[in-house]
Design a protein. Structure first.
Length: 95
């Protein structure tokens, strides 16, 4: 991680969210449980998320974030219970 901006995400949250309708299901209200924690001396940020609708968990996510010091890019690998597995990292920059 070694970029203090990612460290601001470390923690646990529970809250309400509105899920948009999509090909994966109807939209509606959900309860979100979100956790971020640092691993490997702060070089990696691990994200766990689950959304509950009508008393049942309908989506779970496990994501891994890193910061590449050489090119200044953030990288994220996202895996979810709907079957998404990335072939490569999503790359972004903090503006």
């Amino acid at each position: 991680m070694h970029d203090n901006r990612l460290r601001t995400l470390v923690g646990h949250w529970i809250g309400r969210e509105l899920i948009a309708a999509s090909k994966w299901g109807a939209g509606g209200n959900a309860t979100a449980r979100i956790a971020f924690h640092a691993e490997f001396d702060g070089r990696i940020l691990v994200h766990d998320y689950e959304a509950e609708r009508e008393g049942k968990v309908w989506l779970k996510v496990h994501a891994v974030f890193s910061f590449d010091v050489q090119d200044g890019a953030y990288r994220m690998f996202w895996f979810d219970s709907l079957g998404y597995s990335p072939s490569q990292a999503a790359i972004g920059y903090w503006n």
